[in-house]
Design a protein around this ligand. Structure first.
Ligand SMILES: [Zn+2]
Length: 215
């Protein structure tokens, strides 16, 4: 039987849930294998803690959240937090991404959008797009934006709206796994609700996540 893989490439270990969490949980229920690749351990998030402590904490949280959405595991690339551009080059992340895509042959790829306000998110997008373009892959790439509640830059790109009514609760449960990020998460949580709600109205479903197809 052919494997149906879906890949998520994101910068930090909560982006995969805050962005496409409801969508991938739904795909997992439909039998797709969800593989998550996280560029950085997010070691810059708690400057007063030892790096090894933060890394362990963030890895544990990512696996806990992955279980909730029934994902097939999480891989960390170890890109240096706050120094993405330099570290992506040094660690040859583009060729790592290329190899993963060639091996997994996914039916869809999800990653950050290029107009995200966070520079690490934009660097992640660039590395993934570079890898996709280098192998001339025809695999559709969908982007999500975590910071602009309603983003317009990609209005000319085809839009993918997924009804996440059935998995929204799971998404919220998974978000709550990221205890180390509690302050940031509380700040973001209202946008998760607001966007799901607004997009849901726009697309005439209860709650939705929206993506733009950039490749
Ligand atoms: Zn992030």
């Amino acid at each position: 039987m052919e494997e149906k893989n879906i890949l998520i490439f994101c910068a930090h270990s909560d982006d995969q849930i805050l962005g496409p969490g409801g969508t991938v949980a739904k795909y997992a229920n439909e039998g797709y294998n969800i593989h998550t690749y996280i560029f950085s351990h997010g070691e810059g998030s708690h400057p007063h803690l030892k790096k090894s402590v933060i890394v362990k904490m963030r890895v544990d949280e990512a696996f806990k959240a992955d279980k909730i959405i029934k994902g097939k595991g999480v891989v960390f690339f170890g890109v240096t937090d706050g120094k993405f551009e330099e570290s992506i080059k040094k660690k040859k992340i583009v060729s790592t991404v290329k190899k993963i895509i060639q091996e997994k042959k996914p039916v869809k790829i999800f990653t950050h959008s290029l107009d995200d306000a966070h520079p690490d998110h934009r660097e992640t997008n660039k590395a993934v797009i570079e890898a996709v373009d280098k192998i001339k892959s025809k695999i559709p790439v969908y982007v999500f934006d975590l910071w602009n509640p309603l983003s317009f830059q990609f209005r000319n790109h085809p839009r993918l709206a997924i009804d996440i009514k059935s998995t929204f609760e799971k998404k919220i449960m998974a978000i709550k796994c990221f205890e180390s990020q509690s302050i940031a998460i509380i700040m973001l949580l209202w946008t998760v609700y607001l966007r799901a709600f607004i997009w849901g109205i726009r697309h005439k479903v209860g709650l939705a996540e929206v993506f733009y197809k950039v490749r």
